[in-house]
Design a protein around this ligand. Structure first.
Ligand code: PMP
Length: 394
């Protein structure tokens, strides 16, 4: 028995499902997950000593790869002064200022500890601001695990379905929350004009438009999806990259909305560890690297070659959806433009494909309906090897 298999057996005795987040368990693809010892650059090493080229990257967190030296240095420096104070630090303002300078729709933000909290708090704020209860989400979108009442759902990329919902629930819809480029049903691209349509529809209905950019923020370039597509939401949720691998997330938007949050306003929202100094300094160090134009340029150059070659050589029953440094392979002939399309993927084929890649030392996100990510540390040689492995596996 491998050390990972033994570790998983132990874990299952003491942790619900043996994990602290469900997809890590390999439940949908079978087998047991490698237990990780360490990460460095684009690579992971498990407790059995196997090395993997990592395309999960802690679910999109590590855009600079694992343990970038600048981030490690920054965290060490902060660590020397303490772990958490529950009192303000200058680090929080510095990171907030940098995030606000990157994303023009943000005038003020509030740090929280997870994407779940960011979405939950943004929705609470939208409900208070509008005095309405109903929330619209799009099928296949993920905004954390909080339980919401009065949720209406429409398929992504379907304008008519949304128009009907907004007509039927006139003056009742507090917020529409959307991943501008969904990545939680696998990567799906918004069709031309779709995000602008969401903006117009919500503006006309006086509904708060929330872009959940937990994944796309700082992944689709310095200004996130909203800058990439030129559509301005009322509120934005961020997470993953902004915490540099430590727990941090944020929500923010116009001053008019954010001034309703306690202590400025009546919408109560708090957190013992919110704005944690280690997380703030990790986030700051990551964003400072991303601010250098060459970081995104190099990433784009590498990924362009990879996606072009991949698209050219994949058989017709494997679909590649990609944008920026994120992608998903679907095992279907159908063009995947929404959740229903994603569901046509043959998940058994995906599972076989997944384990073939894993055996060749390539670690993809361990579920079909997830995104894979590329970091600035994936070299052209890494990507070439991956290309060969993917084409052999399919
Ligand atoms: N929103 C989106 C778009 C996400 O992808 C995720 C997590 N993958 C979340 C919210 C929830 O974030 P967290 O896991 O940090 O709670």
């Amino acid at each position: 028995m491998s050390k990972s298999a033994a570790a998983f057996e132990q874990a299952q005795r003491y942790l619900s499902g043996g994990v602290n987040s469900p997809v890590r368990s390999f439940q949908s693809i079978g087998g047991t997950p490698p237990f990780i010892q360490r990460g460095a650059g684009a690579y992971l090493k498990d407790i059995d000593g196997r090395r993997y080229l990592d395309f999960c990257l802690s679910w999109g967190v590590h855009i600079l790869g694992h343990n970038p030296p600048a981030v490690v240095r920054a965290v060490r420096r902060t660590l020397a002064d303490g772990l958490s104070f529950g009192a303000p630090t200058e680090l929080e303002t510095r990171l907030a200022k940098l995030i606000i300078s990157a994303i023009p729709s943000l005038e003020k933000i509030r740090f929280v500890n997870s994407g779940t909290e960011a979405a939950m708090s943004a929705l609470k704020l939208a409900r208070y601001y509008t005095g309405r209860r109903k929330i619209v989400m799009l099928e296949g979108g993920y905004h954390g695990h909080a339980e919401y009442s009065e949720v209406l759902r429409a398929p992504f990329n379907d304008r008519t379905a949304l128009e009907k919902i907004f007509a039927r629930h006139k003056n009742k819809i507090a917020a529409l929350i959307v991943e501008p480029v969904p990545a939680n049903m696998g990567v799906v691209l918004p069709e031309a004009g779709y995000l602008a349509f969401l903006r117009e529809l919500t503006a006309a209905a006086k509904t708060v438009l929330i872009f959940d950019e937990v994944i796309t923020g700082f992944r689709l370039g310095w200004g996130g999806a909203q800058n990439y597509f030129g559509v301005v939401p009322d509120l934005t949720c961020l997470g993953k990259i902004i915490g540099g691998g430590l727990p941090a997330a944020a929500y923010g938007g116009k001053r008019e909305l954010m001034s309703l949050v306690a202590p400025e306003g009546p919408v109560y929202q708090a957190g013992t560890l919110s704005g944690n100094p280690l997380a703030m300094s990790a986030g700051l160090a990551v964003l400072q690297e991303l601010q250098k134009p060459q970081t995104y340029q190099a990433l784009q150059k590498n990924t362009e070659y990879f996606f072009t070659e991949l698209a050219k050589h994949l058989p017709p029953d494997v679909r590649l959806n990609h944008l920026g440094a994120m992608f998903t392979l679907f095992f279907t002939k159908t063009k995947v433009r929404d959740y229903r399309g994603a569901q046509t993927s043959d998940v058994k084929k995906f599972a076989r494909f997944y384990h073939k890649l894993l055996r060749s030392g390539i670690y993809f996100s361990p579920a079909q309906f997830e995104a894979d990510f590329i970091s600035a540390r994936h070299t052209p040689a890494d990507l070439k090897r991956t290309l060969t492995a993917i084409l052999a596996a399919v």
